[in-house]
Design a protein around this ligand. Structure first.
Ligand code: C2E
Ligand code: MG
Ligand code: MG
Ligand code: MG
Length: 264
């Protein structure tokens, strides 16, 4: 076996035990109303503390969780945790605060998925309006009719649906208008070209398309004030990125975005 294959097997083996060893945590990143600069929601992002010195962001291991199917159970834990946290934030800090959770295609295909979401909401005593589920374009394409049924049921409950990494996949635009979608998250890729006229035109076209369908947009990957200014001029919308915050611990997030600053 090659060294790379051996390393991968070892990593998979560690991932299998990570959950029972309580090595997974969630980091939260703010989602900001571009017009008011208010943090209105947080995206939960999975993190793996493999050892005291080894901390991994989701990008480094999500593909392996998908490949092994481990994402189904871990993803359910993510929804439960995020719902409990959102309930605490709403109770103690901000009554309208919302949480946004990434859903893997494998979770979405699971026949019990809607029931699992309902259970997580009930256990946390969280209203469905407080939950946003992020689904990628590719997840919608795998089993389009089943996905549509699932999204329609979630929508009927009051859960919001966002299309993640919008513009990078193969989603058919004709379908976009017919699915119960509340927002699209325009992929980081598009923000990278905002300093070029052609990049701005493309961005603007996407925003207009989305708005014509009465869908909200969330601009991903906002890193500079210049990018933010350009997006803010495109109309009412939301943004996310390092300019506003890095993904951070519950403690830091609460302190930075949800604690009323004391007026001395
Ligand atoms: P995503 O949902 O598109 O999440 C955004 C990713 O971009 C995060 O990486 C975040 O740390 C990073 N990011 C945030 N702001 C900026 C910015 O201004 N510039 C740049 N360049 N990057 C930024 P992360 O946490 O490594 O997550 C990667 C992907 O893994 C996520 O992409 C999502 O698809 C997936 N993922 C994360 N957590 C979960 C989870 O709990 N369940 C599932 N199924 N997937 C997850
Ligand atoms: Mg996401
Ligand atoms: Mg995204
Ligand atoms: Mg992305």
């Amino acid at each position: 076996m090659s060294q790379a294959a051996e390393q991968k097997l070892e990593l998979i083996n560690s991932l299998r035990h990570a959950h029972s060893l309580k090595q997974f945590t969630l980091a939260y990143q703010s989602i900001v109303d571009l017009q008011t600069n208010q943090t209105i929601a947080a995206e939960a992002l999975l993190r793996w503390q493999k050892s005291p010195t080894e901390y991994y962001e989701a990008a480094n291991f999500i593909a392996l969780l998908e490949e092994t199917g481990l994402i189904v159970n871990i993803g359910q834990w993510v929804i439960e945790q995020a719902c409990l946290q959102a309930a605490l934030w709403r109770q103690h800090h901000q009554p309208t605060f919302r949480v946004s959770v990434n859903v893997s295609p494998l979770q979405l295909e699971h026949l019990d998925f809607v029931e699992q979401v309902i259970n997580a909401l009930n256990t946390a005593n969280l209203p469905a309006e407080a939950l946003i589920l992020e689904i990628t374009e590719s997840a919608l394409l795998r089993q389009p009719e089943q996905a549509r049924t699932t999204l329609t049921r979630l929508k009927a409950l009051g859960v919001s649906i966002a299309i993640d990494d919008f513009g990078t996949g193969l989603s058919s635009l004709s379908r976009l208008g017919t699915l119960p979608i509340d927002s699209v998250k325009i992929d980081t890729e598009f923000a990278l070209h905002l300093n070029e006229a052609s990049g701005q035109k493309l961005y603007n076209a996407i925003v207009q398309l989305v708005q014509a369908l009465e869908i909200n947009f969330i601009a991903e990957g906002i890193e500079t004030q210049q990018q933010k200014d350009i997006m803010t001029r495109m109309g009412p919308g939301f943004g996310q990125g390092y300019l506003f915050s890095y993904p951070s611990s519950v403690e830091y997030f609460t302190q930075a975005f949800l604690t009323q600053k004391c007026l001395a």
